[in-house]
Design a protein around this ligand. Structure first.
Ligand code: DAH
Length: 338
């Protein structure tokens, strides 16, 4: 038995050296180690070996099986390495790789993300409303009567069903109050559309960030404190801002907020960043009408609201002199903010 094992060992190693495909290796494995393979057949003879010789024969059998198995594995690894080497032949792996261009967030998105983060930290939750809005939510409920210029065909995009592309995100104020009781503390980032002449500070489709806080005893001091804190968090503690008295149908009193724009190579100037004010009792009355309850009774609750232009926030943040740069998608411009 020992002799035949030695013979198998010799034959096997000699044959393995000549094999050069994976199929041949598999065929070899079956012929030697398979159920009817040479080694298996010989090992069946173990039964006839004299008891005294069994340990030596058993040890030999194991040695031979291990030797063949490892020679087989070694050859398989070598074949794979050879195949890889052929595949890579002619490829210079030391050449520098081709860089994958990496995208970055648009400056508008970056400013908006930061603004929203600050306001959420201050306790405002994000609210949403449709961009195709009803006249009720966009105008009537916001105390903006039918003869107000904002409702004019020449200022607003109407659909034939009477709905319109919302002219401001203030409509989300109404939707938030219609769906939930006070206190309400929401912000609504979103797009707004107007038939505006496009110039350095106006686009016909633009982005706004609306805010609304309604509770008992909310005051104008809360409004100013909130906005001052917000702008200083966003643009730094030395941010210059000013409030100017103004008129909006849905707030009383109303203010406009200006921030100082420092654009490279230009003299600093104030630009209007948004409007704000104390929610007009007429707005609470309109909301109460649709709700059919007294949750927003004008004698019970007060609130402040604000709406700012996100595109203009980006102008301040990055010192961009002209809003149009933000929508032209010129990568040379955009890359500066990546
Ligand atoms: N909706 C106004 C606009 O688009 C901005 C505005 C002014 C929003 C005063 C408000 C506000 O919430 O209180 O011009």
């Amino acid at each position: 038995m020992i002799a035949s094992l030695d013979e198998i060992h010799r034959d096997a190693l000699a044959e393995i050296a000549t094999l050069d495909t994976e199929a041949a290796l598999e065929d070899f494995r079956v012929r030697y180690l398979g159920r009817k393979g040479r080694l298996t057949v010989v090992s069946a003879g173990m039964r006839e070996v004299a008891p005294a010789d069994k340990p030596a024969a058993g040890q030999k059998l194991n040695e031979v099986r291990e030797a063949i198995t490892s020679a087989l594995e070694g050859k398989a690894t070598a074949l794979v390495a050879q195949r890889d080497a052929q595949a890579f032949a002619g490829i210079d792996v030391t050449l520098p790789g081709r860089p994958l261009p990496q995208g970055a967030l648009h400056p508008l998105t970056q400013v908006l993300d930061r603004a929203v983060t600050i306001l959420r930290r201050m306790g405002f939750a994000i609210a949403e409303g449709p961009e195709i809005e009803t006249e009720w939510h966009c105008f009537d409920a916001l105390n903006t009567p039918g003869d107000h210029p904002a409702r004019n065909e020449s200022d607003t995009f109407y659909f034939s069903n009477g709905k319109l592309l919302r002219t401001h995100t203030s409509s989300v104020q109404i939707r938030s109050m219609e769906t939930g009781p006070p206190p309400v503390r929401i912000i609504a980032p979103g797009s707004a559309v107007r038939r505006d002449e496009i110039d350095a500070t106006h686009l016909s489709a633009f982005n706004q960030l609306e805010g609304l806080y309604v509770d008992e005893r909310v005051t104008l001091a809360d409004l100013k404190g909130t906005l001052e804190y917000f702008f200083r968090e966003l643009f730094g503690s030395s941010t210059e801002l000013r409030f100017r008295p103004h008129f909006f149908p849905f707030t009383e009193p109303s203010l406009e907020v200006d921030l100082k724009l420092h654009a490279a190579g230009k003299t600093a100037r104030w630009i209007e960043i948004g409007g704000c004010g104390m929610v007009d009792p007429a707005v609470f009355a309109a909301v109460s009408k649709t709700r059919g309850d007294d949750a927003y009774h004008p004698e019970q609750v007060t609130g402040f609201a604000f709406g700012m232009g996100v595109d203009r926030l980006a102008m301040i943040e990055y010192g961009i002199p002209d809003l149009r740069l933000l929508i032209e998608n010129d990568v040379r411009f955009l890359r500066q903010f990546a």
